[in-house]
Design a protein around this ligand. Structure first.
Ligand SMILES: NC(=O)c1ccc[n+]([C@@H]2O[C@H](COP(=O)([O-])OP(=O)(O)OC[C@H]3O[C@@H](n4cnc5c(N)ncnc54)[C@H](OP(=O)(O)O)[C@@H]3O)[C@@H](O)[C@H]2O)c1
Length: 275
């Protein structure tokens, strides 16, 4: 039995599917406990990662745990996992965990999460991912409304990774000890600018989309309406001050999964319904 947290999210839903297709039993945790869209046989349960007592029973009989980073209950959940006989934990992390910059709010919570899995006594694997291709879903409302797409950080070139590939790497790390006690740095196959992704989305959707880059002031105003200021500062640190280079393309996905990482065009073709 495998326990997948964040099970209705971009990565978790792909992992639930991948485990089920591999014939594994899966328990899928989210706060909603939503089962809709899960493959047959998947056990959907409600649990809150900020309240470890709501997750404890779901650890019963589990061999491997896929853990979302940064929730208040993570150390207790890991202690409960060890007590329940869980063997392996695979953590969803990000490239900024490698910066050691605890003053950056995003890097800080990822570094804490990595510290927690390393101290857990379980065999662990940390998936340090670049930005996710699914971040393009944030453009969906604009694309439904018109052909002009306003993007923050227009000069930030990033090798975004498809959550499908993150899930395939998680699957490999959950099913064997080949990747135990290691960090896997996962990137997509191409470093693209936001305008490149908008162009590719336009090609896939048969639309003539035009990108307008937001100024830093405009981006700050828009982002502060969506998330707490320390996180906005964190993204300015990465993409404006250049504390994180996400343009690097690494071979890890292919090494771990045996298949080349998916391109942004492949991601877009699989998600046309969202636009
Ligand atoms: N986006 C990026 O570029 C990027 C890059 C590197 C790392 N990351 C990491 O990836 C994570 C997001 O992954 P994702 O995109 O796959 O997720 P997502 O699509 O945002 O979905 C979040 C999932 O977690 C569940 N969830 C949220 N709060 C919860 C709670 N308190 N207790 C239990 N479950 C909870 C949600 O379901 P309910 O709402 O029903 O609970 C949902 O299943 C973030 O933690 C981020 O640090 C993201």
């Amino acid at each position: 039995m495998f326990l997948v947290t964040g099970a209705t999210g971009n990565v978790g839903a792909e992992l639930v599917r991948a485990l089920a297709e591999s014939g594994e039993r899966v328990r899928a945790v989210s706060r909603s406990g939503q089962a809709e869209g899960s493959p047959a046989g998947v056990e959907a349960v409600a649990g809150d990662l900020n309240r470890p007592e709501t997750v404890r029973d779901a650890l019963d009989g589990v061999r491997g745990l896929f853990l979302m980073p940064g929730y208040g209950g993570q150390r207790q959940i890991l202690a409960d996992a060890r007590a329940a006989g869980v063997e392996r934990v695979v953590l969803l992390s990000g490239r900024s965990a490698g910066t050691d910059d605890r003053d950056n709010a995003v890097a800080g919570y990822l570094i804490d999460a990595e510290d927690a899995v390393r101290a857990s006594g379980l065999r662990w694997t940390s998936l340090r991912c670049t930005s996710f291709m699914s971040n393009a879903l944030q453009l969906a409302d604009q694309i439904r409304e018109g052909d002009t797409v306003r993007v923050p950080f227009p000069d930030a070139r990033t090798a975004d990774v498809d959550p499908y590939d993150i899930a395939r790497a998680a699957l490999a790390a959950l099913l064997s000890d080949d990747h135990a006690d290691r960090v896997l740095e996962l990137t997509g196959p191409q470093a693209l600018l936001p305008a490149d992704r908008v162009r590719i989305l336009g090609e896939v959707l048969g639309r003539d989309l035009r990108t307008v880059g937001l100024s830093h002031d405009e981006a700050r105003t828009e982002l502060e309406a969506q998330m707490p200021k320390p996180y906005v500062d964190a993204f300015f640190g990465f993409f404006v001050d250049g504390t994180l280079d996400e343009s690097v393309v690494l071979p890890t996905v292919e090494q771990v999964t045996g298949r080349p990482p998916r391109t942004f065009a492949q991601w877009a073709r699989a998600h046309t319904d969202a636009f």
